[in-house]
Design a protein around this ligand. Structure first.
Ligand code: SF4
Length: 338
């Protein structure tokens, strides 16, 4: 069953921690007004709550708190070597929201962050000013704004989409990518599609969604969202990433998935496709193992240069299988592999 946004959010945020420096911001008051029953706690620095020691990010997923703060530095970062960079020279990401209400077993956030509480940095104008300064030194910039969260689900309580849309529309040198598993396509109806605003949908076989992508919308619902926006000329990427090894039936599972995919959407209208197997920094994986009993945490991965992933032969077999299928329907030059 697909839960609405409202359901996700209503079950969360019994406590809202707010940094003093942003307490009087109109956007902070707007957020507080959305949660009349929550206990409001003023704090000096978001790390007092977010980075407290001895937290269990897996337990916190059941009922996360919200932290509202001000980003003071680090408004953008160079893209990680583990991410697809679309062969873009200036590939960056930014995070004005930390953590996510979906609950994927493979999510690196539970290995990276000390808590699963959600953080909103509400000084978006500082982000835009800093990114505009970076833009002055580059011809072109590719910026992902949703690597450390699935941000769209939060837009109704922290309305950032309109701000980003206006920024992207005014700055043709930047291309912004929003990655999601949500099905909130109706949010985009009121906007004109932009050449430099890409929506990227993470897709996986239904068996994997049910088993490992808890609380996320079904494959069918995601494909419907994509179809609706393709009809409205939005630029859409597909992220078949991470591919997950499910034991012997994995080829059957992925074959059914890929066949379903190409019948449900007009794949020729897709902008690009990224494909990658599960991979994660080994220190994040170690931390995940101390809390989780998911088979994804305990697969006998190989570690190369600090990154754990499937053994080389299996990785190649999985990538080849998926890419060979896609090539039959889609331009190989627009498939990016990790
Ligand atoms: S949707 Fe993305 S950010 Fe959210 S839990 Fe899943 S992998 Fe993590």
């Amino acid at each position: 069953m697909i839960k609405s946004n409202t359901n996700y959010i209503a079950n969360s945020f019994s406590h809202i921690y707010i940094e003093n420096s942003v307490f009087d911001f109109p956007i902070t008051q707007y957020i507080i007004d959305r949660f009349p029953r929550s206990k409001i706690v003023r704090i000096e620095n978001y790390n007092e709550v977010f980075s407290r020691k001895n937290q269990n990010p897996y337990l916190q997923k059941l009922s996360p708190s919200l932290i509202v703060g001000e980003k003071k530095e680090g408004f953008f970062y160079k893209g990680s070597r583990l991410c697809h960079n679309f062969e873009e020279e200036h590939f960056y990401y930014t995070n004005f929201i930390l953590n996510c209400l979906f609950d994927c077993d493979y999510c690196y956030l539970k290995g990276m962050n000390l808590s699963s509480n959600i953080v909103f940095f509400v000084n978006l104008n500082d982000y835009f000013n800093e990114i505009a300064r970076l833009l002055n030194t580059k011809n072109k910039l590719y910026l992902s704004i949703s690597y450390d969260s699935d941000i769209l689900i939060f837009d109704e309580i922290y309305p950032f989409l309109n701000e980003w849309y206006n920024f992207v529309e005014k700055n043709p040198k930047i291309t912004v990518e929003i990655r999601t598993k949500s099905v909130l396509w109706k949010k985009f109806i009121k906007y004109k599609s932009l050449d430099n605003l890409i929506l990227s949908w993470s897709l996986a076989p239904s068996d994997i969604i049910v088993q490992y992508e808890k609380k996320t919308p079904s494959l069918e619902a995601r494909l419907n969202a994509i179809s609706q926006l393709l009809k409205r000329d939005w630029k859409i990427n597909l992220a078949l990433d991470p591919l997950i090894y499910t034991g012997k039936p994995w080829k059957i599972i992925y074959k059914e998935f890929l066949e379903y995919l190409v019948t449900k959407i007009d794949i020729n209208l897709i902008n690009s496709i990224t494909v990658g197997v599960f991979r994660i920094p080994i220190n994040y994986l170690r931390r995940m193992k101390s809390f989780s009993n998911s088979p994804i945490s305990f697969f006998p991965y190989e570690t190369v240069e600090g990154v754990a992933s499937y053994p080389k032969d299996l990785k190649e077999e999985m990538l080849n299988y998926v890419v060979l299928f896609l090539e039959r329907y889609f331009n190989r030059d627009k498939i990016y592999i990790k």
